[in-house]
Design a protein. Structure first.
Length: 260
C-alpha cells in the first residue's frame, strides 16, 4: 500500500489528479486496512492463542493442599512452551508451589522456604534413585490437615535432572521417594525415556494424591495436561512413544515408517 501511495503522489505532480479522487482512493485504502487480518489474540493467563486457551481446564480456585511442592527447575525448561510446571503453578496456591530456577543448588537456594527445609524429617525428594522408597511405603497416623510434608521435585529433561542432582550435594541427604504406578504417561506430546517415566506435573499429581489422600486432586491436576495434549494433537503434533515402547521409531527411521 505504501508503494501505491508513493505512485499516487507522483501522479499528483505529473498529471494533476483532482483532489476528490485522491480522497476517494485514501478512503478505499482505509477500508482495506480495516479488513486486514489482525495478529491472533493471546490469553494473558495461559499465554496461548485464544482458540487453544487452557484456562477452562484450571480449577476455579487453587486446590487446597497441606503439602508444599518445591520445584527445582532447569533454566531451559522455563522457556519451553509445553512445560508442565506452568500448568501446575496455575492449579496450586502460590505458597504451596514454590519454583526455584537453577542448575546447581545449595542451602542458600532455599531462602524462600522454611529454615529447616533440608533437615526436616517431613521433607522428601521425588527422585527415582536406587535408594528411593516407594511412595506407598510413606504413611502417617496424623490426619491430613496436620501433615506438614514438603516434596522437592527436579524439573528438566532426564539428563538435566541427573546433572542437577549430581551437582547439588544438599539433595543427597534427603529421603528420596518414587512414584510406583502402572499408569502410563499421558504427556504424549513429548518423548519420555521409559514407559514408567512421568512428566513433572504427573509425578506431582500422583504424589499429592498420596500425601493428601485424594484422587480428586490428581484428576484436577491432570485435566489441563490432557487438554494441552489434545490441542497439540489436533493441530498436527505426533504422539511420542517412550524409547522402550514397542511403537517407538528412531528418528532416522521416521521417513521409512511414514512411507509404509
Amino acid at each position: 500500500f505504501d508503494d501505491i501511495l508513493i505512485k499516487m503522489a507522483g501522479q499528483l505532480q505529473s498529471e494533476e489528479i483532482l483532489e476528490p479522487d485522491l480522497f476517494s482512493f485514501l478512503g478505499s485504502y482505509n477500508e482495506i486496512c480495516e479488513d486486514a487480518p489482525f495478529k491472533r489474540r493471546i490469553c494473558e493467563r495461559c499465554r496461548r492463542p485464544s482458540k487453544v486457551c487452557l484456562c477452562s481446564s484450571y480449577p476455579s480456585e487453587p486446590i487446597s493442599i497441606h503439602t508444599t511442592i518445591i520445584v527445582l527447575q532447569h533454566p531451559f525448561e522455563e522457556s519451553r512452551c509445553l512445560s508442565t510446571v506452568f500448568l501446575l503453578k496455575e492449579c496450586l496456591p502460590e505458597d504451596k508451589c514454590i519454583i526455584i530456577k537453577g542448575k546447581k543448588f545449595g542451602p542458600g537456594s532455599f531462602k524462600k522456604c522454611k529454615k529447616d527445609i533440608l533437615t526436616s524429617e517431613d521433607t522428601y525428594l521425588l527422585y527415582p534413585s536406587k535408594d528411593a522408597l516407594d511412595m506407598e511405603s510413606i504413611s502417617s497416623t496424623l490426619p491430613v490437615r496436620d501433615r506438614l510434608n514438603t516434596v522437592i521435585v527436579i524439573d528438566g529433561t532426564w539428563s538435566q535432572a541427573r546433572s542437577m542432582y549430581a551437582q547439588s550435594q544438599c539433595l543427597h541427604l534427603l529421603k528420596k521417594i518414587k512414584v510406583n504406578s502402572d499408569a502410563k504417561s499421558e504427556y504424549v506430546i513429548r518423548m519420555q525415556p521409559t514407559k514408567d517415566s512421568l512428566s513433572t506435573l504427573e509425578a506431582v499429581a500422583f504424589t499429592l494424591a498420596h500425601f493428601e489422600s485424594s484422587l480428586i486432586i490428581k484428576e484436577t491436576l491432570l485435566k489441563p495436561l490432557r487438554l494441552l495434549c489434545s490441542y497439540q494433537l489436533e493441530h498436527g503434533c505426533a504422539i511420542h512413544h517412550s524409547k522402550d515402547d514397542e511403537d517407538y521409531v528412531r528418528r532416522e527411521n521416521w521417513k521409512e515408517r511414514s512411507n509404509l
